[in-house]
Design a protein around this ligand. Structure first.
Ligand SMILES: Nc1ncnc2c1ncn2[C@@H]1O[C@H](COP(=O)(O)OP(=O)(O)OP(=O)(O)O)[C@@H](O)[C@H]1O
Length: 258
């Protein structure tokens, strides 16, 4: 499934299978993601999109029954190697979840926490700059600059999700994984997140799981269609939506199931 146009992958997954106990949720998936693109994962509920996404920063480690086979490389480095520091990995490959999950701390602390524990700054001024820069890049600064000491949980859902994106950005990640980041948001907040994804593209490799096909079409350059744990088709988003090769992809995008 290697795309000849993809030359320098940021993430390389090879023959990845994931099991929960004896049940296989992902079957032999190989995929590349480059630095300068947004890749969307689509497919019917339960097809394994989130499971596969979570292998990319070893979030599956937190599920005792989960077992991953195959290889995943970040810049050529095996992320499942015993020498890999998982805390470091999750800073390099940040994650934004379906439901915004700010810490029950101030807006400032939500963003400052990561850089502080990763030792990215030594002076308060530097930390202030990181907090401001991250909130600006997440498109939230103007809305919160006068209330940085308010609790992150007091923000609206859309603002909370942008705060979570600012929190991921603050530790200077290389990749951002988004697992249905807009599913709890209204259309206006959703549009803001989509706008933000456009702005972040190029600076970070972005992989987004979405149920919303229009959203995949709007934000991604390439789309992967999953079905029953298989990667059925992976290609240019415009091709997947206008000229899918596989019958199963066609059935899904035309709404025949899912
Ligand atoms: N923690 C878990 N323990 C056992 N089985 C799981 C676990 N998480 C997911 N599964 C199973 O793995 C399969 C894939 O689930 P996954 O959540 O990855 O699919 P998905 O495509 O992201 O679904 P959705 O779109 O509904 O979020 C499903 O059959 C699901 O029941």
């Amino acid at each position: 499934m290697r795309d000849p146009l993809v030359t320098t992958p940021k993430i390389t997954a090879r023959n990845v299978s994931v099991y929960y106990g004896a049940t296989r949720a992902i079957d032999d998936v190989s995929i590349d993601v480059t630095q300068d693109e947004v890749v969307a994962f689509i497919g019917p509920s339960g097809c394994g999109k989130s499971t596969f996404l979570r292998t990319l920063n070893r979030m599956n480690d937190t599920v005792p029954s989960a077992r991953v086979e195959g290889e995943i490389y970040l810049d050529g480095e095996d992320i499942y190697a015993p020498s890999m520091d998982v805390v470091q990995l999750r800073a390099r490959v940040g994650m934004v979840f379906q439901k915004p999950n700010p810490f029950p701390k101030s807006i400032y602390e939500n963003v400052a926490y990561g850089p502080r524990i990763h030792g990215l700054t030594h002076a308060k001024g530097e930390l202030d700059d990181i907090v401001e820069g991250s909130l600006r890049r997440a498109g939230l600064w103007d809305e919160v600059k006068d209330r940085l000491t308010d609790s992150g949980t007091a923000l609206s859902g859309g603002q909370q999700q942008r705060l979570c994106i600012a929190r991921a950005i603050a530790v200077d990640p290389e990749v951002i994984l988004m697992d249905e980041p807009c599913s709890a948001l209204d259309p206006i907040a959703t549009a803001k997140i989509e706008e933000l994804i456009h702005e972040l593209k190029g600076r970070y490799a972005i992989v987004i799981v979405t149920h919303n096909m229009q959203q995949a079409a709007r934000v991604s350059q390439r789309t992967a269609f999953f079905h029953l744990g298989h990667l059925v088709e992976f290609g240019a988003t415009s091709d997947i939506f206008t000229n899918p090769r596989a019958e199963r992809t066609k059935d899904y995008i035309t709404g025949r199931y899912g």
